[in-house]
Structures are given as structure tokens and as C-alpha cells.
Design a protein around this ligand. Sequence first.
Ligand code: ADP
Length: 148
Amino acid sequence: MEQTFVMIKPDGVQRGLVGEIISRFEKKGFYLKGLKMVSVERSFAEKHYADLSAKPFFAGLVEYIISGPVVAMVWAGKNVVVTGRKIIGATNPADSAPGTIRGDLAIEIGRNVIHGSDSIESASKEIALWFPEGVAEWQSNLHPWIYE
Ligand code: ADP
């Protein structure tokens, strides 16, 4: 089954949004396969966002990600990468539709509470980076009630 990497950023943790965010993915029918709270080193944050290293906001982004613990997760399910991005909403909360996580819970682009992989390829890279120990292999008994 397709997997994606989702991270609740330090503002999401500090604001007590962990349960709310997990609940949205869970209720959709996706499976939680990995979960941990971690405070990452600067070099790790730089590696995670390496593709953005030339952007003017890169330094601020790294400061933001290392400013407190994050909740790192792996979610699985049909089309979870694309659908997960829809659940999360547009990068800038000012453009995120109501009903999305960023549309409902955030205001500024630099405090947009959550990260989700943007492709199957980046999902597999990010899962390998954040969960080198691997993730849980399981499937809910409710599977036939969610998937036909
Ligand atoms: P996404 O997180 O939606 O995949 P990007 O990969 O383009 O978006 O950017 C990564 C993160 O960098 C964003 O979620 C946001 O926290 C931050 N970011 C992006 N663009 C800006 C910007 N113009 N100013 C400040 N922070 C930004």
C-alpha cells in the first residue's frame, strides 16, 4: 500500500493540534504505520529540506523546524500522497481551502503546522530518512469497510 511521510511541525505540537491532525487522517481511513515525537538537529532539518536550500526562506524554515519537538508519522492507504496533500491544504494557509488542516488551523506560510510528502518518490526518501528503523506492518480489520 502507498505510504507518505507526515510531520506535525513545532507550532502544531505547541498549539495542541496533534490529536486533531491525527484524527483527520485516521477518520479518512488511512493507516498509521509509524509515529514518534522527535527534536531534530539542525543538520537533519537541513537534510530534510535540502531541495529548498537555495530559497530565501531556507534559514528561517530550518530555525522553525528545530524550534521544538515535531511529530513524525508514516500514513498508508490508496493514493495517500495526493490525498494527504489535499487534507493538508495549500502551502500558504491564506490560499488553503476551509476544511483542510492549514485552511482551518493556520494563518501564515511560515507557521503552517504540518508537512506532507509531495510525491511518491519524496515520500520514500523522507520515510527512509525519518524512520530508518522501519514502520509497523498491519492492516485494520475494518479494511473491507473502507476499501471495496
Ligand atoms: P509544502 O510544505 O506545502 O510542500 P514547500 O515544500 O514549497 O511546501 O515548502 C516547505 C515549507 O517551507 C512550507 O511548508 C513552509 O513552512 C515553508 N515555506 C515555503 N514557502 C515559504 C515562504 N515563501 N516563506 C516562508 N516559508 C515558506
